[in-house]
Structure formats: C-alpha cells, structure tokens
Design a protein. Sequence first.
Length: 315
Amino acid sequence: MRTLPLFRYGLIAVLAASSVAQARHERDQPTVRPIMLSEHPSNGTHSIYVKGRIVTTLRFEQMIDASKTKMIGWEGRLEPLAVVRNKVILEPIHDLDRDEGIPLVVTLADGTEIPFLVKPPWSKRDGGWPPILDQQVDVFKDRGSHASMHAALMDALKKNDTLAEENERYRKEENSVDHAYATLLVNGQRKKTPFRRRFVYRPKNEDMDMVVEVFAGPGKAAALVTLKNTYYGGPWEFDGAYLTRDFTHATARPFALRVDRATIVPGETGRIAVVADKSAFLTDDGQLADLALQIFRGDGLLQVFVKLERTLVQK
C-alpha cells in the first residue's frame, strides 16, 4: 500500500503508513529458547529472531566446526560470524527488514549440518509460538538427553504460565464495562453507550477510506476507526493498537479494544473501537495529560494516529 498523507482537525489527527516501522515494546524483550532438532528433513530449518545491535547466541551440545559454519548474504546486515567452541554469536548491524531472511548453516564437529534462517523479531501476525526476540537459543540434537528434556519441560511450563495469564486477562475483559462499551461501538450500537460524538474526520486516499470518530463520556473517552480497503493489491491486516502519552511504550496506558475484522480484503470495511477510562489520562502527580492512539497494520507500519485530548474526560 502507498503511504497516506497527514491530516489534522481539532482533537484528532490521522497519520497513514509511515516509511519507518515503529518498534513494539514486546519485541524488545530478549528470551532464552530451546530448539529440539527434528528427525524429519521437511522440518529441518529453524528461524532465529534477531534485532539490530543486540547479540544473539546459539549454544550447541557439542563443538562446532568453524570452517564449515557459514552465513549467506550477511554482508552489511550482520557483523562477521563468530564461533566460540560450542557457540555461534550473531550481531545484526541494524534491524532486518520484515521479509528478510539470512541463511545460516552450522556444522557440528561430527559433521552434522544444521540450517537456520536469521529473521527480524516475530510478530503475532506470523502465527505459531516462536519467541518475540531471541537472546540465547539452546539447540539440542539428542532429544533424550537430560539437558534436552529439562529444557523442554521448562519451556512447556513457561508457555503454560503465559496461557494462564492470557486466560485471566480475557476473563477480566469479558467483565469489563469499558470492553462492553467498545463492543457496542464496534457493532454500531453507540446509542446504547453514554458517549457523545465530539469530532468526526474523513481522510481519504486511493488505498484506504477512513472515518475517525472521537467520543466524550462521563469519565471516559473513546474512538471508533472505520477502514475500507480500496487497495486492490491485497488485504489489509491489523497488527496492534497502543495508547501512550508521548509515542513511547514507556508511557503506555491501559484501554479496552475491540476489532470486528482483523483482516480487511479489498472492498470490505472493518472497525476498530477503543475506550479509555479517565485514570489512563492521569500522570503520576495526578494531572490529566493528552493521549495518542496508534494503530499499526500488518507490515508493522503506523496506519492511524488519533489524538485523545484530556478535555474529553474532564466533563
């Protein structure tokens, strides 16, 4: 899709796809991950997720043959490959492009060749269950070894804890008033909510027709973004929404979100509703501050920016 122009009107501004991808705070969290090598050739290539200027270490159970361990097309993207005993050290010079993948073949002392694909950090859109960003990857060739089984057990327990946390979050969301309001908004039932429409803006371009509505309510603010995909080159995909004070995730604030269609094919329309309580606008010293709602599309670029001013919750 082509980038969209910048529009401003009163309390809202809409900024379409920028040429610079915005980093996600969850992608900055390094992880330690085990990889169990498969005996099936079709499952032989594993992805390694790296970030610019962050060292990622691959650790193996046996020594590595440095002379036969190579990367292809790494020049200008990563520092020269380093092999230290049973470890391979990767350090990207800068962030890799979203669709970029650099082949890596590690050869063990016994001659076993293990192929990898070095890629940028994983996003939820990619599916599966890889980590967000690798700092250390422990590679196990012998699935029956004590170290391999222990690593697999720890990984399973970690995933179970993550699932439990997500289930608890979803349970709380189902009982949240703000999520109920967001559901009504996204379903076109605004009259059943306490919100009053304060501003409407309709920016258009040849790739996406957008309508942004900003609402004020008793101690709450809301925004409803309607997107119609007019770009017939492919679908538009929702990647995430963030509510912050100054465009950094260090100031991220809680909010309720409802999306009626995460993927919008050409000709279709989707809606995204956000509801924020007055407490989200409060600073540490108890003052109200303006907030910025940022909505990202599937390729990681910023699609919509909506300014929510503190005056929305002062009445």
